[in-house]
Design a protein around this ligand. Structure first.
Ligand code: NAD
Ligand code: WQD
Length: 346
């Protein structure tokens, strides 16, 4: 079993991945500055994994990835970090348009500082949270890893820049084992409803918005366009259950540690597309609550359809999604209904 450093481990995807990794027997050090999360998520991860509060299997270092001394604290907290999963970063597209320098600083400079400290510490195994956002407006679907990287917003450019940095690094020096994991639309929650997505303020993304309408926190969803070239006219996306995504990280890190040094680039998606209205209907069914919506103009920068071709991940990692849209909505509702105000309510 390995000891892993998880940057951004208190966040939405990080917390679910921490649980899956602990259950698989790995020991973890989480480095997070809690700028978009709460320590409560990790407390709940401990409970779900049946760990004592003081268990050395999950250590938490409060720190910023842009600070090398914070990163060194993370490395020193363990017995010897074997690999890193790098979730920490900023992820809101609209905010990245308004504050591009902050996005380049945290996402790109932060990743560069992490990679320098990994070099110093002689740790060369890394899984990086990349995003389907770097495909921009895909020319064809399903999208394969060979399709062009052509981001259309600053957030996407920062992900593309880090992917390039990783490629340059792995060609400059032997021994790096790197996975660039391109997530599609991560949604849902752990089936216990104890951990889930807890956005700050008004959600930008469809799924948390729909959940908050169902629970009564928001009045109605605005559906961005019903004139897209899709079966019902609303946008189609590849929604992936966050537990499937967490299991994808376990598969990727195990692959990296077992195989020869390599640079992997894989889509993590389900291969299935669902429209906005299908998500609304599935959520209404799972929650037995109405989700009021209004049809409005298209949102600038949106694509009609984005769906992954996940066959490479299946071939290389032996991984594929197992959970349906109905399960995504069931688990998302379990989290939202038990934690209507997210972690703030606890
Ligand atoms: P999140 O905001 O819930 O988690 C990110 C975590 O990083 C948070 O706990 C935050 O406090 C921490 N963090 C932010 N800046 C930091 C810094 N400077 N130093 C240390 N910690 C810092 O987001 P998430 O949805 O869990 O996403 C995780 C990663 O996956 C991000 O890199 C994101 O860009 C990427 N991603 C997310 C999605 C999505 O839709 N959720 C899709 C594709 C890719
Ligand atoms: C999904 C569909 C909207 C909100 C974003 C980022 C991407 C990645 C995942 C990080 C679209 C429609 C949405 C609403 C709506 N994140 N919608 N009303 O745009 O596919 O991807 O999150 O890497 O980078 O761009 O996800 O959830 O915002 O939208 O009608 O209030 O729902 O138009 O068709 P998207 P989303």
């Amino acid at each position: 079993m390995a000891q892993l450093l998880i940057t951004g481990g208190a966040g939405f995807i990080g917390s679910h991945t921490c649980l899956v990794l602990l259950e698989a027997g790995h020991d973890l050090v989480v480095l997070d500055d809690f700028s978009n999360s709460s320590p409560e998520s990790l407390k709940r991860v401990r409970q779900l994994a049946n760990l004592e509060g003081s268990s050395p299997r999950l250590q938490v270092v409060e720190g910023d990835i842009r600070s090398k001394s914070d990163l060194r604290k993370g490395f020193r907290a363990g017995k010897g970090i074997d690999a890193v999963i790098h979730f920490a970063g900023l992820k809101a597209v609209g905010e990245s348009v308004r504050e591009p320098l902050r996005y380049w600083d945290v996402n790109v400079a932060g990743s560069q500082s992490l990679l320098s400290v990994m070099q110093e510490e002689n740790c060369r195994t890394l899984a990086f949270s990349s995003s389907a956002t770097l495909y921009g407006l895909p020319e064809r679907v399903p999208v394969t890893e060979a399709d062009p990287v052509q981001p259309i917003n600053p957030y996407g450019f920062t992900k593309a820049a880090v992917e390039q940095m990783l490629e340059d690094l792995s060609s400059s020096e032997q021994g790096w084992r790197i996975a660039r994991l391109r997530y599609f639309n991560p949604v849902g929650a752990h089936p216990s409803g104890q951990i889930g997505e807890d956005p700050n303020g008004i959600p930008n993304n469809l799924f948390p918005f729909v959940s908050q309408v169902a629970v009564g926190r928001r009045q109605e969803l605005k559906v961005f366009g019903n004139d897209w070239p899709t079966p019902d006219g609303t946008g189609v996306r590849d929604y992936i259950h966050v537990m499937d995504l967490a299991e994808g990280h376990l598969a990727a890190i195990q692959h990296l540690m077992e195989q020869r040094p390599q640079l992997l680039t894989v889509n993590l998606g389900s291969g299935q597309g669902h429209s906005v209205l299908e998500v609304v209907q599935a959520f209404e069914k799972a929650s037995s609550r109405p989700v009021a919506y209004q049809l409005v103009e298209r949102r600038p920068g949106d694509a009609a359809t984005t769906v992954a071709d996940p066959s490479l991940a299946n071939r290389l990692l032996g991984w594929q999604t197992k959970r349906s849209l109905a399960e995504i909505c069931r688990d998302g509702w379990s989290w939202q209904s038990q934690n209507p105000e997210g972690y703030r309510g606890s």
